[in-house]
Design a binder for this molecule. Sequence first.
Ligand SMILES: Cc1cc2nc3c(=O)[nH]c(=O)nc-3n(C[C@H](O)[C@H](O)[C@H](O)COP(=O)(O)O)c2cc1C
Length: 185
Amino acid sequence: MAAIELNISCPNVAHGVDFGADPGMCGRLVESCRKATSLPIIAKLTPNVTSISVIARAAADAGADAISLINTVLGMAIDWRRRRPMLGNIMGGLSGPAIKPIALRCVYQAAQAVETPLIGIGGIATIDDVMEFLVAGATAVQVGTANYYDPTVTMKLAAALPAALQQLGATTIKEVVGTLKTNDK
Ligand SMILES: Cc1cc2nc3c(=O)[nH]c(=O)nc-3n(C[C@H](O)[C@H](O)[C@H](O)COP(=O)(O)O)c2cc1C
């Protein structure tokens, strides 16, 4: 099925994250796209904000059919001997396993804030990672960086999914989405 994912969260281009960091701009952008297409719209959010819940609500209220999160975390690398940034743009996006805890937290917070389906992204490389995102509140996941070192990773994850669901006594993803228990329960 075709859909449009709006990357309103890119840290690698000038002003790339601006749309996704301001709830007003995020809402206006999603609203304009909503009017321009009948295809499902997925708003892809940046973690580089104070409150992901506020941005997620703006995207949902503006008519996003789904929200994907997270894009990369703004970072830096420095060659101290040359006193120069390693990246051409000085700052750039950090991805992969290092950002998984941040991504899980963002998905969990967004799931508390909106009813809109969430697509979890950030450091996913194993079936355990996938299950963590589902339990946190994602109804689907995307895999980015892991494809670079294992191009077959997504097929392996899809194959491993039924057995992992079974460990929770489930046969469908729906049964486990957002089922995180807090420690007092
Ligand atoms: C090399 C590279 C290029 C990327 N390009 C894009 C892009 O063009 N558009 C986009 O929305 N996200 C882009 N991303 C972000 C990823 O889609 C993803 O949101 C992020 O890397 C976190 O997931 P991961 O840890 O599985 O890579 C890129 C990430 C990497 C590492």
